[in-house]
Write a new protein. Structure first.
Length: 77
């Protein structure tokens, strides 16, 4: 985790700001699910788990790859 935070600090400030906006929007999106009786339905619970899996794999995973690619490109220069 410490290594991931160090990678986050090495990207340009504009990318860091955009990623912070992305994290805030993910938190805002997640709060909709945490309202009363949303997770009491089995179908909504399944949808919530599918959404969390999508967010973790697709969005956050791609951000980590973008940071790693940016730093690898900087090392080559």
């Amino acid at each position: 985790m410490r290594n991931l935070f160090a990678l986050f600090l090495m990207v340009p400030k504009s990318v860091s700001v955009l990623m912070m906006f992305g994290l805030v929007s993910l938190l805002f999106y997640s709060t909709w699910w945490l309202q009363a009786d949303r997770l009491s339905s089995p179908w909504l619970l399944f949808s919530f788990l599918a959404a969390v899996t999508y967010i973790a794999v697709q969005l956050v995973g791609s951000w980590i790859l973008y940071i790693a690619a940016y730093n690898a490109d900087r090392r080559r220069l």
